[in-house]
Design a binder for this molecule. Structure first.
Ligand code: ADE
Length: 225
C-alpha cells in the first residue's frame, strides 16, 4: 500500500514513520509513505500557498492552485483510491474507517493549516474528510500520521502474532480487557487470580466480561452501535 501525504511541514512527519512497526512495514515493502512539500507548488518568491479569505475575517486559506497542481502531479503516476483531507469538521475517524482504508492500494492525505483549504478543493477533489477528535490541532500532520499508523498496522504481514490487531480495542466494537505482567504482587496490588489459574477457558470468559464491562462504563455508545 502507498500513502502520499501533502503538507507544508514535511519535517513534522519524519519521526512517526522512522520507527517501530511503520518502519518494519516499509522495510518489508508492505507499505510506502511519501511526503510532499506543498510549497514546491507555491507561487512567487515565497512559494506562497495561502491567501486572505474572501468576505474578510482573520486567518489565511490554502489556495486551490498549489493543492490541485500537487494532487494532479501525483495522479499522473498512479490512480488513487481515496484523497483524504484531515480537518476538525470531518467525519469522526474510527476503526471501521481504518479497516476499509487498509484494503486500498494508494491513498493521498492532504494536511490543512491556518483556516483550512479552499472549499472548492473539498468539493471537487477530496473523497473523504476525517477528524481524529473534537479538538483543534495546528495542522493536519499529526492527524495524518495517526491514521497512517492505524491503516498500515492492519496490512497483512505487518504485525506478527504478538502484536496481532485481532485483540485490539474497537476491532469488535468493544474496548480491550485489562492486562497484567510480572510481578504477580506489586506493592500489595495483586494480579486477578483467574489470570494465574491456568484455566484458559475461564480466562477467555473473564476477558470477554471485562471487555464488556469496560465498554459499558467508558464507552456505552459503542454498545448502542
Ligand atoms: N486538523 C486540525 N485539527 C484536526 C483534527 N482534530 N482532526 C483532523 N485534522 C485536524
Amino acid at each position: 500500500m502507498r500513502i502520499d501525504i501533502i503538507t507544508v511541514l514535511p519535517e513534522l512527519l519524519e519521526g512517526p514513520f522512522a520507527h517501530s512497526i511503520l518502519k518494519r512495514a516499509t522495510n518489508k515493502g508492505l507499505a510506502e509513505v511519501h511526503v510532499h512539500q506543498l510549497r514546491n507548488y507555491g507561487t512567487g518568491n515565497h512559494q506562497q500557498v495561502d491567501d486572505y479569505q474572501y468576505g474578510g475575517g482573520a486567518g489565511m486559506v490554502m489556495q486551490c492552485g498549489p493543492l490541485v497542481d500537487c494532487i494532479e502531479d501525483l495522479q499522473k503516476d498512479r490512480e488513487y483510491d481515496a484523497i483524504l483531507y484531515m480537518t476538525p469538521d470531518g467525519k469522526h475517524y474510527n476503526q471501521s474507517d481504518a479497516n476499509q482504508l487498509s484494503m486500498f492500494s494508494a491513498i493521498m492525505i492532504i494536511c490543512g493549516h491556518y483556516k483550512g483549504i479552499d472549499q472548492r478543493v473539498r468539493d471537487h477533489w477530496i473523497t473523504h474528510e476525517f477528524s481524529i477528535g473534537d479538538f483543534v490541532l495546528s495542522g493536519g500532520e499529526l492527524a495524518a500520521a495517526a491514521i497512517s499508523d492505524s491503516i498500515i498496522r492492519l496490512i497483512p504481514g505487518v504485525l506478527n502474532d504478538e502484536t496481532s490487531a485481532l485483540t485490539d480495542s474497537f476491532q469488535d466494537n468493544l474496548l480491550a480487557p485489562p492486562v497484567y505482567t510480572r510481578p504477580e504482587d506489586f506493592r500489595g496490588h495483586k494480579v486477578p487470580e483467574i489470570l494465574t489459574s491456568g484455566n484458559t477457558k475461564a480466562i477467555e470468559i473473564w476477558r470477554e466480561e471485562q471487555s464488556y464491562e469496560r465498554t459499558k462504563s467508558r464507552r456505552p455508545d459503542l454498545l448502542n452501535d
